[in-house]
Design a protein around this ligand. Structure first.
Ligand code: ZN
Length: 215
């Protein structure tokens, strides 16, 4: 007689018997579900699959925040964000000529964007004062993200023009993407999924706090 896996199992350490966590197979010997049993996948019945909920992608898929043209009055999100309050717009810090804002569609937790207030496309269009503050905000952003989130590295850069991958090409923005060992793994490549353990509103609070604490 071999051991059977059917029925409650006895814990050899405590002698407790507990229910097997696997849902019971309620099919009859012919493989049919009884009339009163819901089939797998019915509402309330576990289907054994993992899920990553990505509600922030819904707005992106629906085209929200995409400008209708190249001008500042064509729905440019980087022109309209500073007119909203910080929490609503996900703004981390406001400077004199530039500001730091969380990316609404982040590649990773803490994905910051540094933007000039002025609506212009190219980095070489910044004047000297904007260039200085743009650089200072990039450096302070690194320090704030390190303090708030402890990344091990960063990807920093600008996509200039739609051909180079700029999603909103008409308004310059520099990406600061914190990186951790193993943060991406296979998910973006195989699963076309980014894994984001923090919600944007929470991330904004901790990064904005850290921004005030660093020089
Ligand atoms: Zn703009």
């Amino acid at each position: 007689m071999g051991a059977t896996s059917d029925g409650p199992r006895e814990d050899p350490r405590t002698g407790d018997s507990r229910e097997d966590p696997t849902p019971p197979d309620v099919r009859d010997p012919a493989g049919q579900f009884p009339d009163d049993a819901p089939p797998p996948g019915a509402i309330g019945v576990p289907d054994q699959l993992e899920r990553l909920w990505t509600p922030h992608r819904r707005a992106y898929i629906a085209g929200q925040d995409k400008p209708t043209g190249p001008g500042p009055d064509d729905g440019c999100p980087f022109c309209s964000a500073p007119r909203r309050d910080d929490a609503d717009a996900l703004i981390v810090s406001r400077g004199e000529r530039v500001y730091a804002i969380l990316n609404l569609y982040p590649y990773n937790s803490g994905h910051l964007l540094i933007c000039p207030y002025r609506h212009l496309a190219d980095y070489d269009g910044l004047d000297a004062a904007e260039t200085t503050e743009f650089a200072a905000f990039t450096q302070r952003g690194m320090r704030a993200l390190r303090r708030a989130l402890g990344p091990q590295g960063f990807n920093i850069g600008m996509n200039q023009g739609p051909v180079a991958g700029a999603g909103i090409a008409a308004h310059l923005h520099q990406h600061l993407v914190p990186r951790w060992g193993g943060d991406a793994n296979f998910m973006p490549v195989i699963g076309r999924t980014r894994v984001l353990p923090d919600l944007l509103a929470q991330t904004r609070v901790v990064v904005a706090q850290a921004w005030r604490e660093v020089d």
